[in-house]
Write a protein that binds this ligand. Structure first.
Ligand code: PMP
Length: 312
């Protein structure tokens, strides 16, 4: 993967090679970091890079920080401005993935959350697809269970909790699948390894509620809004049983990285007729138009990077 040229690190933008931490760093030893994943989309016609819903992403980061007793000395608006400055300096003219992170920076021994120093860093890299087979993914049910909210906050993006994700993803890929569906402790489907999940059944779009140990996805929120307002399909947030997916008409996963990935097979069983369904196809198109700034009604989701070029 191409390395970034710059990073926001210890309060300023520095060459990426200078953004280094010591091996005793608390977050490296105990997983005590929180992070975000934000995409920037290049719009060729406007020659502009649009960050997708940065305020919502940064609000979630601040919420994660709150749960972890981290002090982030920036507002979501300031974090957006910092990101714009960083992306201007990188000068990307292509789709990018941006990673804001807050971590406990103390170089000490001791597992805890209190009385520690928080540092914030942001970097970005060019980025294309995350799930390569995003028009017809074959998924399995993971033998792993999703991290429960009473173990590590499921609605926070805590670095340490992503060991759970890593087990899920590696076992699925090594078994020949594109992705996996992860059950919670109670046996209901929580989400994918790093995606929220949706199914279409009997004319309704259904997704697990925020109380089923999911990460409260920004893509999920965008899809719920687009489905209701633009596709006109009823949306329902309720728990999903394992065997419901075997008789679902359509399924897809959503995430900043995965975008809208159609699921056409679960454990060798076709979903619906085994092809991407019409609701999924419509939502994929709407989402792609929305993120690239092509839907005037949703332009407030798109933050231009180069419009307010700061010459420094
Ligand atoms: N669940 C998990 C565990 C994730 O890591 C992600 C990716 N951030 C998502 C769901 C999707 O969230 P979003 O749409 O905000 O990227």
């Amino acid at each position: 993967m191409t390395l970034p040229n710059y990073a926001f690190f210890r309060g300023k933008i520095v060459p990426y090679s200078e953004a280094k931490v010591g091996v005793m760093t608390h977050a490296l030893n105990y997983g005590t970091a929180i992070f975000g994943g934000v995409r920037g989309y290049w719009n060729e016609a406007e020659e502009e890079l649009f960050i997708f819903r940065p305020h919502d992403h940064f609000q979630r980061l601040l919420n994660s920080a709150r749960m972890m007793l981290m002090d982030i000395p920036f507002t979501r608006e300031q974090l957006t401005e910092l990101s714009i400055e960083l992306l201007q300096k990188e000068g990307h003219r292509q789709d990018v993935y941006m990673r804001p992170m807050a971590y406990f920076a103390d170089e000490i021994i001791g597992v805890k959350l209190h009385d520690l120093k928080t540092e914030v860093t942001i970097f970005s890299v060019p980025f294309d697809k995350y799930v390569s087979n995003d028009t017809g993914a074959h998924v399995t049910f993971s033998s792993w269970r999703r991290v429960d909210d009473n173990m590590i906050p499921a609605r926070a993006k805590v670095a340490g909790a992503y060991v759970n994700t890593a087990f899920v993803k590696t076992d699925a890929v090594r078994a020949g699948f594109d992705e996996a569906l992860v059950l919670g402790q109670d046996g209901h489907i929580s989400e994918g390894s790093a995606e929220n999940i949706f199914m279409v059944r009997n004319g309704a779009l259904i997704t697990p509620p925020v109380t089923d140990n999911i990460l409260e996805g920004i893509t999920r929120a965008s899809i719920l809004e687009l489905a209701e307002k633009e596709v006109g399909i009823p949306v329902v947030q309720r728990s999903i049983d394992r065997t419901e997916v075997y008789i679902a008409d359509e399924m897809f996963m959503t995430g900043t990285a995965a975008q809208v990935t159609a699921i056409t097979k679960v454990d060798h069983r076709p979903v619906g007729d085994g092809q991407m369904g019409p609701v999924t196809a419509k939502l994929r198109k709407l989402y792609d138009d929305a993120v690239r700034g092509r839907l005037p009604k949703y332009r407030d989701w798109n933050y231009p990077v180069f419009e307010k070029m700061v010459v420094k």
